[in-house]
Ligand binder design. Structure first.
Ligand code: ZN
Length: 180
């Protein structure tokens, strides 16, 4: 997985993309929660110690069905008055799905079971530019962490900067075009 920082930034970025760069607090909090929550399966994995099952890491909680469930929960918790709003739904769903997509594009770790409970197949991206966040006891922890963060800075951080900067650049260029 990318680190919790990477998933958090992805959630923030998606909330900004859906709100012209200025997400209300409720939107960015819930989008970030949706983007981070699938990794709660680490605790299930730790308790059950049953690798490769539906509830092990990158299993059920990383599926498309779970992303839809998370988005629905976020809508009920935060946007009851906007239940018919495709924009709100799209934002929450994109944030939840970003987690599994980023995991699949991460070099290292197991594949993502996108289609559970219908298929237990685990998928990895054909392109994996992000390096998996280090797991304790995996050797040169600090060096690996920094390297992994570097790949996140490039592949999550730069797109995030562009999303946050785009509305401001557009506003600035509009101001410049206006006659004095
Ligand atoms: Zn994950």
């Amino acid at each position: 997985m990318p680190s919790i920082l990477g998933h958090t930034l992805a959630g923030l970025t998606i909330s900004a993309a859906f709100t012209q760069g200025k997400p209300p607090r409720r939107t960015w909090v819930l989008a970030t929660a949706c983007a981070v929550a699938p990794d709660l399966d680490w605790f299930v994995d730790f308790l059950l110690r049953s690798p490769g099952t539906a509830f092990s890491h990158r299993g059920m909680s990383h599926s498309l069905l779970a992303a839809a469930g998370l988005a629905s929960l976020a809508m009920v918790l935060g946007f009851r008055r906007h239940l018919g709003s495709p924009r709100h739904w799209g934002c929450m769903l994109a944030a939840a799905f970003s987690h599994s997509l980023l995991d699949a594009c991460t070099f290292g770790g197991t594949g993502v079971a996108f289609l559970l409970p219908f298929s237990s197949a685990r998928y990895v991206g054909v392109w994996q530019p992000i390096f998996v966040s280090p797991i304790p006891l995996s050797g040169k922890l600090w060096e690996w962490f920094l390297f992994s963060l570097g790949t996140e800075a490039v592949w999550i951080g730069i797109p995030a900067l562009m999303v946050f900067a785009a509305p401001r650049v557009a506003a600035w260029s509009r101001l410049r075009r206006e006659p004095a």
